[in-house]
Design a protein around this ligand. Sequence first.
Ligand code: SAH
Ligand code: SF4
Ligand code: F3S
Length: 435
Amino acid sequence: MNNVYIETYGCQMNQADSGIVGKVLQDNGYNLVFSGDDADVILINTCAVRDNAEKRIHNRVHDLQALKKKNPLLKIGIIGCMAERLQDSLIKEDKVDVVCGPDSYRKIHELIQQSSAIDVELSNEETYEDIIPTQLNTDGISAFVSIMRGCENFCTYCVVPYTRGRERSRSPKSIIEEVKKLFDDGYRDITLLGQNVNSYIYNEEGMDVRFADLLIRVAQINPLLRVRFATSHPKDLSEDLVDAIASYHNICKYIHLPVQSGSDVMLKKMNRKYTIEEYLKKIDLIRSRIPDCAISTDVIAGFCSETIEDHKQTLEVFRKVGYDSAFMFKYSDRPGTVAHKRFVDDIEEVEKIRRLQEIIDLQRDLSLESNKKDIGKTFEVLVEGESKRDATKLFGRTSQNKVVIFEREDNKQGDYINVKIEDCTSATLFGKKIK
Ligand code: SAH
Ligand code: SF4
Ligand code: F3S
């Protein structure tokens, strides 16, 4: 009666959170299993950021209900952002047994024992800092570490401030402890997570620790540990941070700096609090101090009243920055947000898709261009595992977060090797180890 299967959707924070839930359950006598077929309890950690993310989960829950025919005692729970957004409608309409919001995971074992249990209270303090998460679905080399929770930026399109609550930072001491343990367990690539890591702030014995300080402290744990972070809000990206990245070899030369739109009119309407001119200044700052830094972005196509001119400005910013990669979305109206209440979601679906496709096509060219520039150069690669397509080959990543495929030879996971790039596609680099 004690087998729990946790399935995770959504962002990296959800991956980290599933580890917290796993740990709480293990500490209370549950076993974690890796398939719904063996489970007495199935928990789905959910995302509410776009309507299609939610639709997928409703369908998944519907499919899982069929398992109850075989096992009538099976319990299905929804945790995470959809639990917070939809609350008891999940019990009424999706017929789930447990609904647990992102700040109630300490009680998950109690909720599982009740019927139709729900706890979606948000907290101003909870950071789960004393809980060292169980690494679920792990490759043994990369791990996510949550450094803060919540978001208070209230971008008008975004549901996260409502599903995750107030912004709060976790103590540096607990973060360092968790990362040290991961390093001792063989992990070599750590991503520090927050919705806006640049606003990290923690008062430690009367002194404010900010994100650049924290990043340096994590990097100093061991030079063999690669440190990454996500996400940076452009309005808060500081010179201190750029200098920290430049000064430490093991702080990865990769910044995810979501632009969302290339139009000042849209940015204002989105409440992003920067103009394109200011955004491009931050890009120049990065490029001048860290010439080999890769930059990626998020973008939304077809936000409320976006004109063709606004859309063209987005394409223009993509060309100007020459992103190495991008996460591209079409606008999805989210109930409860400011955009939902005040603006009209007036771009036709077909037009949103067309604009999105135009951005995707452009980014494919830009990624290929960026990868072609790497041909002939040598990069330090952290070996991560076997190539999925070819067992005679291994793959790893560069500091710039690009995937590289190379001959296996006598290399193994966790090795740092120098690889000279010989070929590429828009998604992958191919190279040879340099002795
Ligand atoms: N905190 C991060 C991102 C969180 S959500 C940041 O501010 O950059 C990840 C991405 O989803 C966002 O960057 C945005 O591009 C996208 N997104 C958020 N809400 C959306 C919506 N309503 N429709 C489409 N995309 C959305
Ligand atoms: Fe959403 Fe904006 Fe917060 Fe990112 S910064 S999570 S886009 S409200
Ligand atoms: Fe992440 Fe989705 Fe929630 S992006 S914070 S899981 S709404």
